[in-house]
Design a protein around this ligand. Structure first.
Ligand code: A2P
Length: 267
């Protein structure tokens, strides 16, 4: 490369990564795995920009939570497909061997650094909001820091719960957390628009106390519980309110506290 061309290269420009695998769960939901550059560092629970070249050559980039843990050699993402979504309508058609653009600056608040130590970690998710927790639930630090780790995932339809069930089933075979996680981890799936053993919005299950009865634990309290929340804007707002009412305080990377929130980005 000549010096003149080199000088124009943007050091923050996304890298081009190869798609390694794709799995579709419903006609709206899929996961995919891509190569990970050796220089790409992130903390489990963070998000990064992902994209494809647009029709006019300009990349279309959107924020995506990394669903794989920080120690993994490759990167996993869980996505929704929106028929008229500028990125997801194209991303939904990717195949192994295709190229995807990966941003260089992962960031986010659904990380252990933003929470004070506690006894129990709740990860409340709806829809694709499960993605950052797919990362956190496979991170050894999660089990070093907490005695009990509870992932709730609420979806409209039963088929949308499949990714979370598959992750839970896979924990026992996980190379790093396979021994410890099954003793501490609980997956609580609920469905709002189809019949299912656990029914209803997470906010209703918290308010009625049914969640805690089902789990056999005391109601949310700031002495023992730490909470991460990821879902739609409305879900965040309503779940935050319940955390505040229980006496929890919102944390950040700069000021760790007892709960943290992040919006599930691509919709
Ligand atoms: P519901 O079926 O009653 O709307 P979405 O796909 O719209 O993001 O929804 C994913 C899940 O989150 C659905 O089960 C939905 O329930 C639930 N949900 C939507 N809004 C809220 C909210 N404000 N609080 C809690 N759960 C919500």
């Amino acid at each position: 490369m000549s010096q003149a061309v080199e000088a124009k290269v943007n050091p923050n420009a996304p890298t081009e990564e190869e798609v390694l695998s794709v799995k579709h769960y419903t006609d709206r939901l899929f996961k995919f795995r891509i190569t990970r550059p050796s220089a790409f560092r992130f903390r489990s629970g963070e998000f990064v920009m992902i994209g494809l070249p647009g029709p006019k050559g300009k990349p279309i980039m959107r924020a995506y939570s990394v669903a794989s843990p920080s120690w993994d050699d490759t990167l996993e993402f869980f996505s929704i497909k929106v028929p008229d979504g500028p990125l997801t309508s194209m991303l939904g058609d990717i195949k192994p061997g295709d190229k995807v653009l990966l941003g260089k600056k992962p960031t986010g608040t659904l990380v252990h650094d933003a929470l004070l130590p506690g006894k129990r970690l709740y990860m409340f998710s709806t829809g694709t909001g499960i993605a950052p927790f797919a990362s956190v639930m496979r991170d050894p630090e999660t089990y070093e820091r907490f005695e009990q780790v509870i992932l709730t995932h609420t979806c409209r339809e039963v088929a949308e719960l499949e990714y979370g069930k598959e992750l839970t089933e896979g924990l026992k075979d996980d190379p790093l957390v396979g021994e410890i996680a099954p003793q501490k981890f609980v997956h609580y799936g609920s469905c709002t628009r189809e019949d299912y053993p656990f029914k209803g919005r997470i906010t209703d299950l918290i308010t009625s106390g049914k969640l805690f009865e089902d789990l056999g634990v005391p109601p949310l309290n700031p002495e023992e519980d730490r909470v991460m929340i990821c879902g739609s804007m409305d879900m965040l707002k309503d779940t935050k309110e319940l955390c505040e009412k229980a006496g929890l305080v919102e944390g950040s990377n700069a000021t760790p506290a007892t709960y943290v929130v992040e919006r599930a980005f691509v919709g």
